[in-house]
Design a protein around this ligand. Structure first.
Ligand SMILES: O=P(O)(O)OC[C@H]1O[C@H](O[C@H]2O[C@H](CO)[C@@H](O)[C@H](O)[C@H]2O)[C@H](O)[C@@H](O)[C@@H]1O
Ligand code: UDP
Length: 454
């Protein structure tokens, strides 16, 4: 069997636990299959390029340090201030400069330089996410002849938005050096095909087979990422015995819990969610005091101005809602900027009657899937899910909402709180069937089998 080489900006090193779906999903996939995981060490050094090696179980981790300048231009800059907002349909937040783009290409070239000598011809290399779009081309230029696949974890936006990026054709034509390009959903794939046809100087030979300007054929498909369903389910059942979970349960004083769990990111629709919860309290005064909303929001990319502004806005909103709506013995919103490990987080999810997963745009959203897997089959909670999350394509039995429609989200919360047990069970069973079948192992195997056959 050929060796699997995963490449991603963020590598989940042994013992590390930090919010972020890509790292959590790849960790599960990597531990199952073994191989090499290559990426940024997360460390800053005087110069870029120093490598670290760790062997743990069947996985070898090789990571590279970056200089402050490279981190700022590549990760903070072009990846997270240009591509991230663009790919999440937020043109208003896109910040582009040639310097940042040059830094992005420089770090991709450095990764290719360090990785190419480690590759064998029969390796299968799987590159992840928008940080590393040009990597295949740079590896090929350095002699890599193995299979190369790419998976985009974030949405692929409408082609008109992509076309607004300076130098977009150079960037996206780089994808043609891969043998297979994977997206989260069919919609993402369709939008990419539109881009290739309308702006990418290429042609759609047939659905899933593209020809680029240079005449190279490339396969593309939808591969919705998932979770380790059994593991989350088992962990959640065990977690209810943990002290942190028991304390949360005791603190509810018989009230129901609504939960949100998201990195503190503007794509997650948190201000809109807080306002929708406030709207629920206004529109349903009879339910006042019956539901407490716990939002767990570990800080993310917190040196970037957009993220700091969001943090201030949420602090104000939580303060405003609590100041105007709380009672002496009830605080409507609990807002926590901590990162919890899965061992307790899954227990929190299991305690909740309602989960609010209402991103404005999200590639997939693993929290939505984890919430379903964490439920007690006898008394499952209700998922309120944005139709703009990739997960909504699969979890169709959730209460699907438009996160911009505050009244609609408020009504969905009220419906969720009042939903009879029978209906909750039916919806949950259908979603759980899907997740048992389409788990992280199925995702990895499907992508790799398609890549090997491409
Ligand atoms: O590494 P960070 O900059 O701290 O950000 C965390 C990750 O955020 C994004 O996650 C995406 O991948 C998830 C799994 O496929 C998906 O469910 C979610 O919708 C996406 O937002 C980002 O794409 C990753 O590269 C980051 O590591
Ligand atoms: O305190 C926290 C908050 C989140 N997460 C995890 O971070 C991941 C978030 O992935 P998702 O796909 O929902 O969004 P992303 O952050 O990748 O955009 C999920 O596995 C969460 O369980 C976590 O471990 N601890």
């Amino acid at each position: 069997m050929s060796r699997l080489v995963m490449v991603s900006n963020r590598v989940a090193l042994p013992g590390e636990s930090r919010a972020g779906g890509l790292a959590i999903a790849l960790k599960a996939a990597m531990e199952e299959s073994g191989g090499l995981w290559f990426g940024w060490s997360g460390r800053i050094a005087a110069e870029s390029g120093h490598m670290h090696e760790i062997d743990a179980g069947n996985v070898r981790y090789i990571t590279v340090d970056l200089s402050e300048q490279d981190r700022d231009d590549y990760y903070n800059g072009f990846a997270n201030r240009t591509l991230w907002p663009l790919l999440h349909f937020r043109m208003d937040l896109v910040d582009y400069s040639r310097e940042m783009y040059a830094g992005y290409l420089r770090v991709n070239a450095l990764f290719a330089e360090r990785l190419a000598p480690l590759l064998d011809e029969d390796d299968v290399v799987w590159v992840h996410d928008y940080h590393l779009i040009p990597l295949a081309q740079l590896l090929r230029e350095r002699g890599a002849r193995c299979r190369l696949g790419f998976f985009l974890h974030v949405p692929m936006p409408s082609s008109d938005l992509l076309a607004a990026l300076p130098d977009h054709s150079r960037l996206f034509e780089g994808l043609s050096a891969y043998d297979l390009v994977g997206f989260q959903t069919e919609r993402d794939l369709e939008r990419f095909q539109d881009y290739v046809r309308l702006f990418g100087r290429g042609r759609v030979v047939e659905h899933g087979v593209l020809e680029t300007a240079g005449g190279r054929q490339l396969h593309a498909g939808a591969f919705p990422i998932s979770i380790d369903t059994n593991q989350i389910s088992t962990l959640a059942a065990k977690a209810v015995g943990k002290a942190s979970v028991k304390r949360l349960a005791a603190s509810m004083s018989g009230r129901s819990l609504a939960i949100g769990v998201d990195r503190l990111d503007y794509s997650k629709g948190l201000p809109e969610r807080f306002r929708a919860f406030e709207r629920y309290l206004q529109r349903h005064p009879e339910q006042r005091g019956r539901l407490t909303f716990l939002q767990i929001a570990p800080v993310s990319r917190d040196t970037l101005p957009e993220y700091r502004t969001l943090r201030r806005e949420l602090e104000q909103l939580a303060g405003h809602i609590n100041g105007t709506r709380a009672d002496a013995d009830w605080t409507p919103v609990r807002y926590v900027n901590r990162n919890y490990p899965h061992a307790s987080l899954t227990g929190f999810l299991r305690l909740a009657r309602v989960a609010l997963v209402t991103p404005l745009r999200d590639g997939m959203n693993l929290v939505a899937k984890e919430f379903v897997a964490a439920q007690d089959a006898e008394d499952p909670g209700v998922l309120v899910l944005s139709s703009f999350a990739g997960a909504a394509r699969e979890l169709t039995q959730a209460l699907l909402v438009n996160p911009y429609d505050l009244d609609g989200v408020a009504d969905a919360i009220a419906i969720a709180v009042a939903m009879p047990l029978e209906e909750r069970r039916e919806r949950w069973q259908a979603m759980m069937r899907r997740l048992r079948h389409h788990d992280i192992t199925a995702w990895r195997q499907h992508f790799l089998a398609t890549l090997r056959a491409a």
